[in-house]
Ligand binder design. Structure first.
Ligand code: 2AM
Length: 168
């Protein structure tokens, strides 16, 4: 199964992120917009593995950051007609440390984790076609990090479904 560890998005941010999606939709930006229940901040992408208990044990080794996360910025990954649109987060040292520490510990436990720079973001749309003239205003909103979750990711009836397996 496909696994990843992420921070779930709380009510404080959901409304703001939905408003950003609405701004883009109102400007005619066509994309697969992330369903609100699927919004998250990925800390470590594990990929294919059946070792749920071991991944959860690694996840539980680290304390949760005390400082809340705060929305800041908007950007995209990719190019052409397949852009991934995201809302960024304000610089957060504890969060970056957590992501790096988690990824290192997972690697040491034998998980195959890509080495990539951690760019904290919340993906709000995929396969966006043309955002050249689009603009968005990102509300100044924050949420506490109350928990982090090990999710499994499946495609069920053509829909991406994230199921929480373990919480820390
Ligand atoms: P994305 O939102 O920027 O696409 C579940 O798939 C989560 O893991 C998504 O948040 C996704 O990031 C991220 N993800 C998917 N594949 C990844 C990879 N190879 N490396 C790092 N993160 C990945």
């Amino acid at each position: 199964m496909r696994l990843f560890i992420a921070i779930p998005i709380a009510a404080e941010l959901l409304e703001a992120l939905e408003a950003v999606q609405q701004q883009l939709k109102a400007q005619g930006v066509r994309a697969h917009y992330t369903r609100l229940e699927n919004l998250h901040i990925t800390l470590a992408f594990i990929g294919n593995s059946e070792r749920v208990d071991e991944a959860a044990a690694v996840m539980r080794q680290f304390p949760l950051p005390k400082q809340p996360v705060e929305l800041a910025g908007f950007g995209h990954f990719g190019k052409g007609r397949s852009l991934t649109l995201w809302v960024g987060l304000k610089e957060h040292r504890e969060l970056s440390n957590l992501a790096v520490n988690l990824q290192t510990a997972l690697r040491e436990a034998g998980f195959d984790i890509d080495v990539r720079r951690f760019r904290p973001h919340i993906t709000i749309a995929r396969q966006a076609q043309d955002i050249r003239d689009a603009w968005v205003e990102i509300p100044a909103r924050s949420q506490p990090i109350s928990n982090i979750i090990l999710y499994r990711s499946d495609v069920t009836n053509g829909r991406r479904v994230y199921t929480p397996l373990e919480t820390a």
